[in-house]
Design a protein. Structure first.
Length: 134
């Protein structure tokens, strides 16, 4: 297990030590397990922080992990209250998931400036399922 630390300091330390792809993948896998543990324990703030840690790490792996537009959105999300975020289903489309504790009013207004559509979600332990095909 990777001990909890400052997310950026931890990502920097891991990058320094992880000189090959297998070690980088192991770090991402371990972080995934930590996110699952936090979800099962109801530690949602911790999930947001680990999303941020994961994103900071992945951006350093390759310049192709992000775009200037996504960086602007992500940076604004953090500035307006998100603890962290996750991109899913990339490759020409997909979802951005952010965790914003407390009041989300300013966050929502800011995200609308990027023409992002809000989709509400909740945790489900049954796995992926199609809710609508429209």
């Amino acid at each position: 297990m990777v001990p909890a630390q400052d997310p950026e300091a931890m990502a920097e330390a891991i990058l320094h030590l992880a000189s090959n792809e297998a070690k980088r993948q192991q770090f991402i896998k371990e972080l995934g397990y930590r996110i699952l543990e936090a979800a099962e324990a109801g530690n949602i703030d911790e999930i947001g922080e680990m999303f941020h840690q994961h994103w900071q790490y992945k951006k350093r792996i390759s310049a192709k992990m992000t775009t200037p537009e996504f960086d602007r959105i992500y940076d604004a999300a953090i500035e307006y209250g998100a603890l962290g975020g996750k991109i899913s289903g990339a490759g020409g489309g997909g979802f951005l998931t952010f965790y914003v504790p407390g009041s989300q009013k300013a966050f929502r207004v800011k995200m609308r400036e990027f023409n992002l559509r809000e989709m509400r979600y909740h945790f489900d332990y049954e796995g992926t399922k199609v809710l609508s095909d429209s």
